[in-house]
Design a protein around this ligand. Sequence first.
Ligand SMILES: [Fe+2]
Length: 233
Amino acid sequence: MPNDHIPAPMEGSSSFAARESLHVKQLEAQTSALRSSVICAFNQLLDLKDLNTGVHSTRLAEWGMRVGRELGLEEAELQNLEVAALLHDIGKVGIPDSILRKPERLDPEEYALMKKHSEYGWAVLRMLPGFERAALDILHHHESFDGKGYPAGLTGAEIPVVSRIVCVIDAFDAMVSSRPYRKGLPYQEAVRRLNEASGTQFDPVVVQSFLSFAESEMSPVFAAAGTSVSSAL
Ligand SMILES: [Fe+2]
């Protein structure tokens, strides 16, 4: 009498695990390729708007990842941090050139419009699957540790840690970088200002972490400005 209960031959569990692992690796590679493509596409957009912050953004990403690792961020958060550092100002694409390029101080109305760039960046990036978290980090990159920032007025740990990191390194890079209409600050003055605003505008833990390696990272910044670190210190 035939045995109806003989189970069908099963695939070895090791080959099943190997196939699963290959599948996961393929998905990770696809996700990584998508992330790179999105960053490239948005950088092209920034180029079109003549807002290319290429060197600035790359520098922010490198510094940010260094701080993030020191603060013990997990891999997924580090990936969001990279995207947020590279694309934090993507929303400026929606700001009129007359405001973006105005060399004088912005009037209150213009400043209010300029501040919209973090919301604009969030509104665009959140549409992309896998970028929702980075979009939120971008939304909050101008929050202040004491709650006086924008757009939500979040305080301390309410502000996403990635946003707190981008906020510090973005501010520092902006201080030491030269613009067509003004020269960058000397390194020590930028450090003084960062320390002065530590605990009010900036997360003190992030400031401390960044300053632990900042000086050794300054050569390319001051080389680009046509000075040397030692003369700029
Ligand atoms: Fe910004």
